[in-house]
Ligand binder design. Structure first.
Ligand code: FES
Ligand SMILES: [Fe+2]
Length: 345
């Protein structure tokens, strides 16, 4: 069913924010083209089931949140939360004869996110990765979601790519007139691809240099984590102050949802920054949406023509290679490798 994912099926996928799933309500989601029915029951527990009726493939709904009964609106067949057939209204006598079962999937909530394990009947060996580094009262959090018209690969690249920030996000994330040379250490391992930017004196936007002092020393790290996660950390004057955690979950071919959790630690200024963040983030995401949409269209139209990569693009080649290796179940070398790249952004 999730054939396209291959070995990536052994990872948890973020499917949404906890707050999207209200008690006694069901939601429809898609992962890699597969429709999934998710509901939060009377006891606030989440359940996930393939949203395809065992009778004639109609989508489903939940009719009882106490007993967790799923019903097909077409001919009324009912199923329990494990996907077992409970009732055939038009032919009750056939209930025992029909051997059918709808697939269900493990689902957990962690760090304000809802994660799905895309395998039926498999007990995942571990929970999703924990986002421990931004917990506690000092942190303010902002959640948002944005649908892109591109694939998972290109969206992951977009969120890890600093080299487009002075052009696409000029004066929001970086200033095209005030660029800095950065040395990046690119680390490739079994479980991640990490681009770590050496410390620079930076004038970043948001007016933060006025708040945090003139000599703002910034280091930042962009990390890819399988299956489709991007983690961005900014350390300012030695303190981790900003973290973006973005799941790039491919809903369908060419439709990818960014499920975003931003964490900020700017002391007393946190409420003020959090109040302007939604506006800025929306603007940035719209800019990314427009460019990646057109890029994706061209990628399809000119799929056979050559691209001219610079060494900075090596970061994304490593990400794609790691994903491909996992997809194909290839053994990835346990040894970490590191190399240095320079860019001006
Ligand atoms: S298609 Fe679901 S009951 Fe007939
Ligand atoms: Fe961007």
């Amino acid at each position: 069913m999730f054939n396209k994912l291959g070995g990536l099926q052994n990872y948890w996928f973020v499917i949404g924010h906890s707050s999207e799933f209200k008690k006694r309500k069901y939601q429809k989601r898609k992962l890699s083209g597969v429709p999934i029915l998710i509901w939060r029951d009377e006891a606030k527990k989440l359940h996930a089931m393939l949203d395809v009726c065992a009778h004639k493939k109609s989508p489903l709904l939940v009719c009882d949140y106490k007993q967790n009964v799923v019903q097909c609106p077409y001919h009324g067949w009912k199923f329990d939360k494990e996907g077992k057939l409970l009732e055939i209204p038009s032919s009750p006598h056939l209930k025992e004869k029909i051997k059918c079962q709808i697939d269900t999937f493990p689902v957990v909530e962690q760090d304000g996110l809802v994660w799905i394990f895309p395998q039926q009947g498999v007990e995942p060996q571990q929970l999703p990765m924990a986002l421990n580094d931004c917990k506690g009262k000092a942190w303010g959090t902002y959640f948002t979601t944005y649908d892109f018209e591109t694939n998972e690969e290109l969206l992951i690249e977009n969120f890890m790519d600093s080299s487009h920030t002075p052009t696409i996000h000029n004066k929001i994330i970086r200033d095209d007139q005030k660029k800095t040379k950065h040395t990046i250490t690119l680390t490739t391992a079994q479980d991640r691809v990490e681009a770590s930017y050496a410390e620079t004196q930076e004038k970043i936007a948001f007016g933060l240099q006025y708040i945090l002092g003139k000599n703002l020393k910034v280091t930042h790290t962009d990390t890819f984590l399988p299956p489709n996660l991007v983690k961005v950390d900014y350390v300012m004057n030695g303190i981790l102050r900003f973290n973006a955690f973005i799941a790039c979950t491919e809903i369908d071919e060419g439709k990818t949802r960014a499920i975003i959790r931003l964490s900020l630690k700017f002391g007393l200024l946190n409420p003020m920054i959090l109040s302007i963040i939604p506006f800025l983030v929306k603007k940035v995401l719209k800019q990314d949406f427009l460019i990646t949409q057109l890029q994706f269209q061209n990628m399809n139209t000119f799929s056979n023509s050559k691209m001219h990569h610079i060494d900075y693009d090596g970061i994304f080649n490593k990400v794609n290679q790691l994903r491909q290796n996992i997809r194909e179940g290839k053994n990835v070398a346990a040894k970490e490798t590191a190399k240095q790249i320079e860019i001006i952004v």
